[in-house]
Design a protein around this ligand. Structure first.
Ligand SMILES: [Zn+2]
Length: 407
């Protein structure tokens, strides 16, 4: 967070470093930032933003599922290094643009046709525009890949530093003002709203922002980059809410943007949303860490009891009861996936004839659902009777459920 006022709009024009170089850099940064973080006290204006990053990274360690809970042994490092990414903005070239994306500069975002890969974006808009608008989704994606490699290598100090950075960038994406060209209200005559909301308001309510532990919400993410774009879609309407709250607060405070009346109204208007955003940030951080650890083969951590290795198979690919059942004309097909990734649902009739196959795209591990309107391939309504629904997960695991259409 922080830094809405002093963003470098020109960005870096250097090419993104390759993965190997990035991994090396992460270890180097870890070695260098230890002493640096201790001597560089944050500037006063940054202090509350820093406090929020610390709070969110610490909260993420309270959400870890039981078989990954050993990662919380580094909670103090994960908290302390949560602000390292901000602290190196001045010294590491290309760092500054990794903290935001001005996604409303792209009309395709609103049309739902924005490319999501970095290469796809550069091909469409050119490197200068993509970098100028910020690159936070790909900073998270790159760091995820680095984290997988560090988990595979049992490089725990490296993994902790990378995980802390991921926490920072994920938290940044959960501040709507990091998602807009109007990042400081400068386009609507609301200069300074960035830090009024994210630092000054949150600083007055830090104790209320700590989310409850939610280990049940932490499941594997199929594709971290897609997950980032999904939650950006959810967060973006918050831009409007924050700007409207600022207008109302200023009106009620008779033009002030600095007195307690102003901040009381700002909190009343967007306090609960901000609490939700930070909760979601901490859960999503835990999901990214956990997914990287699973992808690396669930390596045992120092201090883990012997034989505690990979997670228990507490998820299995299966069909759950559809709702309603019997149904007419539509029903929600519900299932659980043991493995994240490309998933299909196939519907056959009682004698095994194919009725319809749905490609569900990339799905997260855990429960999922899909609405079937009772129609076949060419839109015809299926007749009354028993149908079988077959779900197949990304690794070919499948299971069958039974639904009844009654007319
Ligand atoms: Zn930041």
């Amino acid at each position: 967070m922080i830094d809405g006022n002093e963003r470098n709009r020109t960005g870096s024009t250097g090419k993104r470093t390759r993965r190997a170089a990035r991994a090396a850099h992460a270890s180097l940064a870890f070695a260098l930032l230890w002493p640096l973080a201790m001597v560089l006290a944050p500037a006063p204006a940054d202090a509350y933003g820093f406090q929020v990053h610390r709070l969110v990274n610490r909260a993420a360690t309270t959400h870890l599922p039981a078989h990954f809970a050993g990662f919380a042994q580094w909670v103090d490092d994960l908290e302390r290094l949560s602000t390292a990414a901000d602290e190196r903005k001045g010294s590491v070239q290309g760092e500054r643009i990794k903290h935001y994306i001005d996604i409303d500069d792209y009309p395709e975002f609103f049309a739902g046709t924005l490319p999501h890969t970095f290469d796809g974006m550069v091909a469409k808009y050119g490197l200068a525009r993509v970098e100028g608008n910020g690159t936070v989704p790909w900073a998270i994606e790159d760091n995820y890949e680095t984290l997988v490699a560090q988990f595979e290598a049992r490089d725990w100090p490296g993994a902790v530093a990378t995980a802390a950075d991921i926490g920072h960038y994920v938290a940044d994406t959960h501040n709507p003002m990091h998602l807009t060209l109007n990042y400081n209200g400068q386009l609507t005559g609301q200069n300074g709203i960035h830090s009024r909301h994210e630092s000054q308001m949150t600083g007055r309510h830090l104790g209320e922002l700590v989310p409850a532990p939610a280990p049940g919400d932490v499941r594997r993410i199929a594709n971290p980059r897609e997950a980032v774009f999904d939650w950006i879609d959810d967060l973006y309407p918050g831009v409007r809410k924050i700007l409207d709250a600022d207008t109302n607060a200023r009106d009620e405070a008779r033009g002030s943007t600095s007195n307690e009346a102003y901040f009381d109204v700002l909190w009343r208007e967007v306090g609960s949303e901000t609490t939700e955003w930070l909760r979601d940030a901490s859960v999503n951080i835990a999901r990214v860490w956990y997914s990287a650890w699973l992808e690396a083969g669930s390596p045992a951590m120092p201090g883990d009891p012997p034989g505690s290795g990979p997670p228990p198979a507490n998820l299995r690919t299966r069909m759950l009861a559809n709702v309603p059942n019997p149904f007419n004309p539509t029903t929600t097909l519900r299932f659980e996936l043991a493995h994240a990734g490309l998933t299909t649902l196939r519907i056959v009739d009682a004698v095994g004839r194919e009725v319809r196959t749905f490609d569900l795209g990339s799905r997260d591990e855990g429960p999922g659902e899909f609405e079937w309107d009772g129609t076949g391939v060419s839109g015809e309504r299926a007749v009354s009777g028993v149908y079988f629904v077959i779900v197949t997960d990304a690794r070919g695991g499948s299971a069958t459920g039974r639904v009844v259409l009654l007319k």
